[in-house]
Design a protein around this ligand. Sequence first.
Ligand SMILES: [Zn+2]
Length: 60
Amino acid sequence: MAVDPVCGMEIDEALAEDLGAERLEYRGRVYWFCCPHCRRQFEADPERYLQPGGPPRHDH
Ligand SMILES: [Zn+2]
C-alpha cells in the first residue's frame, strides 16, 4: 500500500491505475497520488512533503 504524501490517503498500487491515481518518480522513488491536484502540489515543492515529522495535510 502506498501513501499519498500530500494528503495521506492510502493507495493500493494494484488498483491505482483504475482509480485514476497519479504516479510520479522523484529521486529514484515512486510516489502515488490520489488525484492530479495532489501530484501538482507535490511537484511544486517535493521537499516540503518529504520532510520528517509529516507533511502538512489538506482536506479533500
Ligand atoms: Zn491526495
